[in-house]
Ligand binder design. Structure first.
Ligand code: FES
Length: 105
C-alpha cells in the first residue's frame, strides 16, 4: 500500500507500507523526518502527529477520546484533520493516500 508523506520542509516521500502497520511505524521505519514515535504508540507523546484530509480522516473512523485528549493540547491541532499516526492502521483501501507530517507542539 503506497503512502505519500508530505514533509514539514515542503518535500514529500512516498513509501511502500505493509497493511496492518501503524502510520507511525511506517514513517519511523522509513526515516520520514518529523515523525519519531517516542512513546512507541502508547498515545502519550504526540510525536506521530499527522494531518489527513477530512474525507480520509472520517473514512478511517473517529479518533478515540484518548487520542483527542492528547491532540487537543497542541497548538497545531486541527479538528477533523489531526490524527496520531500510531492509531492509524495501514489498509489496502488507503492505497495512494497522502498524509501530512504535522508539528508536535
Ligand atoms: Fe506516541 Fe503516537 S507514538 S502518541
Amino acid at each position: 500500500t503506497k503512502i505519500t508523506f508530505k514533509l514539514l520542509n515542503g518535500g514529500s516521500q512516498e513509501v511502500d507500507a505493509c497493511d496492518g502497520q501503524s502510520f507511525m511505524r511506517v514513517a519511523v521505519d522509513n526515516d520520514v523526518p518529523g515523525v519519531t514515535g517516542e512513546c512507541g504508540g502508547e498515545v502519550s507523546c504526540a510525536t506521530c502527529h499527522m494531518y489527513l484530509s477530512p474525507e480520509v480522516s472520517s473514512g478511517i473512523g473517529d479518533p478515540s477520546d484518548e487520542e483527542l485528549d492528547l491532540m487537543e493540547i497542541m497548538d497545531s491541532f486541527v479538528p477533523d484533520r489531526s490524527r496520531l499516526g500510531c492509531q492509524l492502521v495501514v489498509q489496502s483501501e488507503l492505497d495512494g493516500v497522502e498524509v501530512e507530517v504535522a508539528p508536535t507542539l
